[in-house]
Design a protein around this ligand. Sequence first.
Ligand SMILES: [Zn+2]
Length: 507
Amino acid sequence: MKIKNIVILFVALLISGLIVIMVKHENAKYNEPIVGYRIYLEGKPIGLIKSRDELNEYINIQQEKIKEKYNVDTVYIPNDINIVKELTYENKIDSVQNIYNMINAISPFTIKGYQVIIDRTNSEEYKNDENENDENRVKVIKVNVLNKEVFTKATENVILSFVTDEQYQAFANGEKLEIKTTGEVIENIYIDDDITIKEANIPVNEKIYMDVDSLSKYLVFGNNSSDKKYIIKNGDDLEKIAEKNSMSINELLIANADLSSETSLIYVGQELSIGTLDPVFTTIVEKHVVEDQTVKYKTNYEYDNKMYQGQQKVKQEGKNGLTRVTQKVKMINGEVSQAYIVSSEELSPVVNRIVVKGGKQVKRGDGEWLWPTNFPYMISSRFGWRWGRMHRGVDICGTGRGSPIYAARAGVVTDIKSDSSSGYYVIIKHDNGYYTRYAHLQNTNGNDRLGLTNSATKYVYVGKRVNAHDVIGEMGSSGGSTGVHLHFEIWDGVPFVAQCFNPLLFY
Ligand SMILES: [Zn+2]
C-alpha cells in the first residue's frame, strides 16, 4: 500500500469516527427524562401525552359537540380513566386526539338513552322464512333511541303501513266496527317478537335514533335501509315505479307512508323511498273480511248434427254469479299468511253460456282459461316483486287441503316433479303453446312429505292429455310453503325459459 493511500484511509476513518461521536452526542441530549402524563384506561396504560390540560380541553370540546348533536345535558366519560404524571425517558408522545380515539374505541363516551331489544327467536315469520340462510339471520336486534316516544311513534308508523288510520284508531280504542254488507274489520294487531325497552348508557359511537322518520325507515327496511330515492318522471305511475325498482306496489306504499293507496296522487319530481323491505320486527294483523266475489260464467258447447259445420247459435246467454264470502285472514308484514273461508252465501247464481255448434264434437273445453281451484278462493299473494324477489305466479288459498286442482285449459302433462322450493308440481303444455305450472301440491298420501317418487298426483301422468277443468292434483303445502295454497304460473313457452305472465290477466 502506498503512503498516499494510507493517508486517505486514515482521513476516511477519522471522518466516520467523528460522525459516530457527533451522533452519540446528539442522542445523549434525548436521554434526559421529560415530564409527561401517562393515560391509563381500565388499569392499562394506553399512551403518553405532554399536557393534561390539552387533553381535558380536547375532551371538553368533543363533549360539547356530542351534547349539541344529541341535544343532551350530560355526556358520560368512562370513569376508569387515570392520568398519572411521570418523569420518563420515553420519547413517543401521543397526540391528544389519538388518546381520545383510543379511549372511545375501548370504552366509549355515553349518553343516557334507551336500548330496545327485539328478540325474534320465537317469531312466526322468523321460524317460517325458509329462504334465508340460517347463519346470516339476526335473532336479536338492538336499537338505540334517544327517547321512548321516538320508538313508540316509529312502531306505530310501521303498523300504519299495514292498516289504515281508521282501522288502527278503531282497534286502539276497542271499537268494534260493524260490517253491514262488505268490508273488513281488524280483530287483532300485534308484534310477534319479544321487545324490551330499558334505559341505558348508550355509547356515542353507536347509531342512536333521534327522530321518528329515520327510525320508522330502519324498522321497515332493516339492514337494507339506505337513502335510495326515486324521482318521479313524466309518464310514471306507481305500478311502473314499483316494477322498475323490483318492488311490489304494496311495498312501495309501505316504504312511503304518505302514499295512502295505489291511486294516490303523484307528481313529476316527487321523491319516493325505494329499496328491499326487511322489517326488523313482525307485525301481525288479523282481519275479518266480507267481500263479494264474482263467479265468471263459462261457455259450454253443444253439438248439433243437423246444423252445418261452422254454424253456431247461442242457446243461453251467460250471466256472472255473485257470492258473498266471509273470511278470516292473518297477515304477516302486509302479506297474507293464512286465510280461511268461514262461510259463503250465493247472492245470485252463475248461468253458463251455452253455444250450439254445427257438426260433431271435436275437442272439449279448449279455447278458454278455467280457474284452477274450487270456488270461493282467495288470492294470498299476487304476481310480481315482493321482499326483493320476483313472485312468478299467483298464490291461491282458501279452498282447503286436498281440494282439487284443475287443468287451466286443455293440454298434455309434461312434468310431474318435486323440489324443496316448489314442492310437488305439475306442468301442462297447452295447445296454444302456453304452459301452466301448479306447485305445492300434496302427495298421494295426503301429506307434504317430499321424496316419494312420482307421487305428486294420482290423477295424471306425464304424457296424459287433459281437458280444461280435469282434476290434476290436490292442494297442499309441500316445499317452501308456509300454508296450504296453490302456486299457479302461466308461461308463454317452456317454464323458466319463456316469459311468465300474471295469471290474473287471463281471467
Ligand atoms: Zn307462490
